[in-house]
Design a protein around this ligand. Structure first.
Ligand code: SAH
Length: 223
């Protein structure tokens, strides 16, 4: 590499990304496909200018409209728990910055993502275009209702806290499908994985405590 021009900032980013991947692995995110998808997604493009320096730290960061981009460890944990396969159609509720959707887009055939803030959706769509992620389909709407016209889905990921069991969304899963969601009304919620047993019932597994912004009913009028 001696004859390749060096860019100090890029070298720094690569080192920071390397450290982040090691940190995720040591916390149990070990699926190589998930780690590769995270490594291939430049998180700095999904955070506001003010927080760029912290892009590769394992922490949640503020985005527009009072929302947050999740902590990379939680993104890794939820993505790994979803067991996405290349032919899958995945529904994500809460596009936010678009970071989680971008990662899912590297693992699935199609990602359908719903957001209730128009500002966030427009920004996320701009990022998908810049990164040439052509298999993400977005919608402005209330994700609590899912996306009935596109259902059923192989996988569903909810990235805002559902106050109780997300029944409307579970109903949009294919037999054998998996849904991962933070569930609870308080500041701390339980991360739950629901696995459809193919006969209309669900196996429910808890994956730990998490802190998400709430799933809010209806679309935002402002912004
Ligand atoms: N997946 C996002 C995380 C965003 S935080 C990312 O990777 O950046 C949760 C997002 O869910 C917020 O953008 C919030 O506006 C959105 N949200 C909350 N309730 C919603 C609802 N009912 N329908 C759609 N989006 C919702």
């Amino acid at each position: 590499m001696a004859d390749t021009p060096h860019n100090g900032a890029e070298d720094g980013d690569r080192a920071r990304m390397g450290r982040l991947i090691l940190a995720l692995r040591s916390q149990g995110v070990t699926d190589p496909k998930v780690l590769n998808a995270i490594e291939a997604t430049p998180r700095d493009l999904f955070v506001p200018e003010l927080f760029k320096e912290q892009s590769f730290e394992d922490s949640a960061l503020p985005i527009d409209c009072g929302q947050t981009i999740s902590q990379p460890f939680i993104v890794g944990l939820m993505t790994q728990a979803l067991k996405v396969e290349p032919r899958h159609r995945v529904l994500e509720i809460g596009t936010g910055s678009g970071y989680q959707a971008a990662i899912l887009s590297k693992l699935a055939r199609y990602v359908y993502s719903v957001e209730r803030y128009r500002t966030l959706l427009t920004e996320a769509e701009r990022r998908f275009k810049a990164l040439d992620l052509q298999n993400i389909i977005t919608r402005f709407g209330d994700g609590g209702e899912g996306w009935p016209e596109q259902a059923p889905f192989d996988r569903i990921m909810v990235t805002a806290a559902a106050p109780s069991e997300p029944r409307a969304l579970l109903a949009q899963l294919k037999p054998g499908g998996i849904l991962v969601a933070p569930v609870g009304r308080g500041a701390v919620q339980t991360l739950v994985r629901y696995i459809d047993d193919g006969e209309g019932a669900f196996r429910r597994e808890t994956l730990g405590d998490v802190r998400f912004v709430p799933l809010v009913e209806g679309v935002a009028r402002e912004l």
